[in-house]
Design a protein around this ligand. Structure first.
Ligand code: PMP
Length: 428
């Protein structure tokens, strides 16, 4: 495949945008080479500026669960755009999407919309602190909750890819209120709570970690967290930015039958437009301004185009629950195919998967936390990534990211992908 035009566009971008990108992982630093510039996308496919077609396993890092340019979403956006694009005043649409989201997700009475997953998690933590009148939070090493200061401490995703899990610019004062735990290690949480009595406002977790590759919660882990939170007056925050409206209608809360106190959303809830949201029972949400003292706001929050896209997406997922079953079946088929060809070709690997989130690690042994996620062979990953791109298959350009499967993928696409992996894995 030729990347002449992508290379030219990247060179132009580098002059005016730091690193040529508006979000670091896009720069291909981990895998080398030139980022691919996208011209358009339809269904399961990306079309780049050089005229190549790629089967997409990123799907905008999750939102495009029904494929690109999904017609009901595109129609909803275009119709709304003709009526004005932002008012800074309330609209009926906001109540409609709020009511629908609340009906789909367990345990929430009220929801507030923001513009990104970062804002959702940041606001969820502020609300937890305001509600409990405590300052500290516990986060897990390798989990990513966006780029707000309190979370850039052993963060996952691009933060690990670039080797800067702790960012300069985060003050020591902020960092001291974020306590770190190891994913899947309840003993660790127990110790942190004992060492900080009545000081911890919240534990924030990705209920299925997706930012150090995909890591499922161990049996009993989420229930253990729930019990420790209940016993100690701590709020449990599920960051369902990746898992929400993806693993089930009601997200990881439904899949694992565990209720969080506050839930953060992003990605699917906006249908591909910039949307995040956070939600909880009324007792907690009523602490937010203008009802309560915890301040949170946004000029573009509840934007009509974003709400129209999100509503069209949620309506589809609400009407047709078979989507989740199909996603599970397609991803299980992909997993089995990948296992088969990697084993036949003698490649050392571990695959983790929950529903339509899957990741391939080039290492043996269970990948259960940040430490074990870091053991993979990055050189093999680089070859794997570029080999797949050459075959017309696009996966995340970092070993620490999850693949997101869309319902637009056909079994022919999956077979094509498995054949490409077979070919590429012979040269690893
Ligand atoms: N939480 C999780 C679990 C995420 O995966 C992400 C983004 N990948 C975020 C929060 C931040 O969302 P955003 O990039 O929309 O700010």
């Amino acid at each position: 495949m030729l990347y002449q035009r992508s290379s030219q566009l990247f060179a132009e971008a580098e002059k005016v945008i730091p690193g040529g990108v508006n979000s670091p992982v896009r720069a291909f630093k981990a895998v080398g080479g030139t980022p691919i510039f996208v011209k358009s996308a339809q269904g399961a496919y990306l079309y780049d500026e050089d005229g190549n077609r790629l089967i997409d396993y990123i799907n905008s890092w999750g939102p495009m669960i029904l494929g690109h340019a999904y017609e009901p979403v595109v129609n909803a956006i275009t119709e709304k755009a003709k009526l004005g694009t932002s008012f800074g005043m309330p609209t009926e649409l906001e109540t409609q999407i709020a009511a629908l989201a609340i009906s789909m997700v367990p345990g929430i009475d009220k929801i507030r919309f923001v513009n990104s997953g970062t804002e959702a998690c940041m606001s969820a933590v502020r609300l937890a602190r305001g509600f409990t009148k405590r300052d500290k939070i516990i986060k897990f090493a390798g989990c990513y909750h966006g780029h707000s200061d309190s979370f850039l401490i052993q963060a996952g995703s691009g933060a690990i890819t670039f080797g800067t899990p702790n960012s300069p610019g985060v003050t020591a004062g902020t960092a001291k209120d974020t306590l770190l735990a190891a994913y899947n290690d309840l003993g660790n949480i127990h110790d942190l709570i004992a060492a900080n009595p009545n000081e911890i406002a919240a534990i924030i977790i990705e209920p299925v970690a997706g930012n150090m590759g995909c890591i499922p919660p161990a049996e009993g882990f989420l229930q253990g967290l729930r019990d420790l939170c209940d016993a100690n007056g701590i709020l449990l925050i599920f960051d369902e930015v990746m898992t929400g409206f993806r693993l089930a209608r009601g997200g990881a809360q439904e899949l694992y039958n565990i209720k969080a106190d506050i839930v953060a959303f992003g990605k699917v809830i906006g249908g591909g437009l910039p949307v995040g949201a956070f939600a909880a029972r009324a007792e907690i949400m009523n602490h937010l301004a203008p009802l309560g003292p915890v301040y949170q706001a946004g000029t573009l929050s509840g934007n009509p185009l974003a709400m129209a896209a999100g509503l069209a997406m949620l309506q589809k997922l609400n009407e047709d629950e078979s989507v989740f079953k199909r996603l599970e079946e397609k991803t299980a088929y992909l997993e089995a195919g990948i296992r088969n060809v990697l084993s036949e070709n003698g490649v050392v690997y571990t695959i983790n998967r929950v529903g339509s989130m899957i990741s391939v690690h080039f290492d043996e042994g269970a990948v259960t936390d940040f430490k074990s996620a870091g053991k993979g062979d990055n050189e093999s990953f680089r070859k794997f990534f570029h080999g797949l791109v050459a075959e017309g298959v696009y996966i995340a350009p970092s070993a620490y990211e999850t693949w997101f499967i869309s319902d637009a993928l056909t079994y022919e696409d999956l077979d094509f992908t498995i054949a490409a992996i077979d070919k590429v894995s012979k040269s690893l």
